[in-house]
Every structure is written in structure tokens, then in C-alpha cells.
Write a new protein. Sequence first.
Length: 303
Amino acid sequence: MQRIVVRTLPDGSVRNVRPFHVCLKGLEDAVLCREDEDCDVMVKVICISARRCNVIVIIYAVVSNHCHIAVLAASQEDADRYGQDIKKVYSMFFSRKYGERGILRRVEMKALPLENDWHTRNVLAYIPRNALDNGGPVDEYKWSGYRAMFRDKKPEWTFPVSMMKSRDKERILHTGESVKGVAWVVNRDGELEPFSFCDSAYLEQVFNGKQSFFLQCIGGVNTTEMAFNLEVRPYTMVTDAEFLKSVEELSRNWFKCPISALSQEQRARIIYHVQKTHKTSTSQLARVFRLPRSIITQILGKK
């Protein structure tokens, strides 16, 4: 079962929320972040877009050609909208800075629901471990939410974002939006401190309140498996045979039976799920589930 919790969302509503993994991945030669300023802006977009799209950031990691974010959202639609908003806003910054248009068309986004405790724990451990891709220790990497977790003291100096003058807010945060009432703070270098906007309490609860357990999972996570499930499979269309194998495994995990024994309602649940978590098509879904394309279209709510 998913770790569903109650949270007060940025718009002030109190909702049941569940965890999602959001990934923006550069394809081919698309490098998202070329220098530290780009990473800094991406972190700020991650934070500001969360407020705009009414989701809560748990933890994140930004590296050169992709970024990972775990969020709490009330629905799949909210998680999807959040990922697309990050892509749109960061694309505008990138175009202004480098004079290159259309590069983020080669960047794909997927928002995947975290299915159970095991999945959630492994994803939350895998995200900060991405710091190793940039050759630095996990606990020293600047562009990650790792240091917000199991924190025993605040940084020596911080400044509240809500007290910034308009010109400073636009210069430091790259936004003209209102930040009234936010708890965010920046450090001496003008970088957002992750403890001020990440839901560290959620992550710590997932690891039973034990930092040692968190570190153990970071060290022991199967990076090959996680990279495939989070960074390869969602963006690569596989053969019908491979796709069928994944769907059959999901069917047996969820309903303890093969696809052929599923009811129409059960098939619909799996179809909607795999359409979000795999790169597939209406035609492939129709072939694998042995349903008319019109039924697939109806299930997915396409016009």
C-alpha cells in the first residue's frame, strides 16, 4: 500500500496526498544544467513550481542532464502538471541565458506513483545517491535535498525569502510571483536551503526515524534496477513481448492472476497505470490487453 498522509498543501487546503517520483531527463545531447548557476536555478524552479502546482517536495537531486524529485501530491494530474511546469519555466530561463530555443523539447518528463513502502523507500534513497554521478560525496553535494533530512541544527546564517525586496526576489529567485508567507530561506550565497521547503518529516517517517537506516538504504540501493525503472523504462518504448511481461507481472502482483483472468475494471486500472509509467501507445496497449483501440481510448479518457 502507498504511504498516504494528510498534509496542508500550498493553497491552504488539507488533503490526502501520496508520493510520486518526478523525473526530467535530457535525451541525446540535451544538457539541462551546464554550470552551478543552472543547478541553482533548477532547484529554485523545483521549489517555486511546487507552490504554484500545489504539491510538496520531499527530496530532490539535480545533475547535469536530469533531475529527480519526490513529491507529495493529491493526484496523478497534479504531479504531471508539476513536472510540466518545471520544464516550461526552466526552459524560459535556459533560452534567455544561452539563446538556444527548443532544447527542452529533447527533455522528457514522467511522474510515477510510488506503489508501496519498499518502492518509496528505495526511490527516496536513490534520489540523493545521484550526487555520485557528479563525482561528489552524497552529504556534500549542493544541489540535493539530502541535507534537509535528519538535520540536528540550522545553518549559521539564513535570510527569509518572504522578507526580500521585489528586486532582490527577482534577482535571486528568478520570479516575480508573490512569496508572501512562505517559510523558505536562502544562505549567504543566495541558495535556497532545502530544510525550508522539503518535507523531511515524511522521509524520516519512511525510514522509521533512523538516519542509520536511511544511510544504509542509500548505500545498498540497487542503482542499476532503479536507473532502469526510473530513467530508462519510462522513456523507452519496448517490444510487445517485453511490455507484456511487465504487464503480466503487475497483474499478478496486484490481483494474483494473469491478464486473461482480469475483469474489465481491473484491466482498466492496469491500463491507466502502465500508460503513465511506461512509454507505450494506444496500439500497443490494444495488442497486449487484447482490446479494441476504442476501448483503450475510452479508458484513458482521450477524445
